[in-house]
Design a binder for this molecule. Sequence first.
Ligand code: APR
Ligand code: PHB
Length: 393
Amino acid sequence: MKTQVVIIGAGPSGLLLGRLLALQGIDNIIVEAKSPNYVLSRIRAGVLEQGTQMLLREAQVAERMDREGHVHEGFALSFLGRMERIDLKALTGGKTVMVYGQTEVTKDLMDARAQSGMQTIYEAEDVMPHDFYGEHPHVSFTKHGKRHTIHCDYIAGCDGFHGIARKSVPEDKITLFERVYPFGWLGVLSRTPPVSDELIYANHERGFALCSMRSAMLSRYYVQCSLDDRTEDWSDDRFWDELRSRLPTDIANRLATGPSIEKSIAPLRSFVAEPMQFGRMFLVGDAAHIVPPTGAKGLNLAASDVYTLYNILHKRYRENRTDLIARYSEICLRRIWKAERFSWWMTSILHKFTDDPFNQRIQEAELDYFTSSEAGRINIAENYVGLPYELVE
Ligand code: APR
Ligand code: PHB
């Protein structure tokens, strides 16, 4: 088989890149290890920056998002029994975020690709990129017991943190930066009305909590938990009691509880691979970087990587701008590290790291300062709505 770009991974990164390239007539094949249903089964946050929304509209997959998504003009930080609203719209000259589940984004992209007739190979086994430092890159995989090879011009490793693309790079050609946090997030989905119309990120001496939502009757809540915890350790009652204990009293008193329809524990890490390009292979999204979910940046960083690679490949094929190929990493990493910083900062001021009361007081002082200063509020708001994309030119 032959194509212009082989995309490894049919998550949000791979599907969005494939869609944008296809709309420009750039042929691509996606090779995915799992089944479509498995890809859609992953429950993930969906706080979309304006840049991500713009890209989904450019990909002509935003009709349902614009119809069913919820525009959020602000969110709250809770600490010392207080609620401090960050007015995103007022503080950023009108920018907002859209709450629309990542699973829905993925479904919209999958539906568009299926309708376009572009080739997606699901349940591919032993996928392997080859010769990406050479002139004839190709990707091999096994399907129904038969080995196949796709020859291409470029390979996009959109295969996530546990994928094969990054692991195929020689160790002396890549540098990994990582911080693993000493706690996890216990998440619960419940068919209950959200406690607030906007998200609430709570600092409390017992630990972090987050109140979010998927729809008017589908709430998503998190409490910081020990990495030693298992979901079996947390009955619904224990979860609701702990969540209430970490929220201001008036919020806790109006919390609507109900049976959990999904309960899971996720670890938190910051991770960046440098560079993100290896000859004719590019790493995109979670394959290249991970952020703790505290800043709601994961999907949005994947989208900005896709924006950069899509524009580079578009100009390479349409204007023979081969000079742009080598600029992918530097452009992406400038924005990635700023989002890593914001996600690390939100995580560091909202979570309980130690029993040392000094740390709690410092966190409270940081939150008090940032939310009582115009400059501090703007700082939080402009990072939360997403820093500007760097143009490819
Ligand atoms: N071969 C083929 N496909 C693979 C391989 C492999 N060896 N390894 C992983 N994959 C597939 C996975 O099954 C998954 O469908 O690659 C896809 C990677 O998707 P994601 O992990 O969702 O990563 P990405 O598309 O970059 O999306 C980033 O997902 O994890 C969240 O918070 C993150 O919101 C962010 C978004
Ligand atoms: C979620 O709704 O799951 C969610 C929202 C915002 C975050 C993290 C998770 O920062």
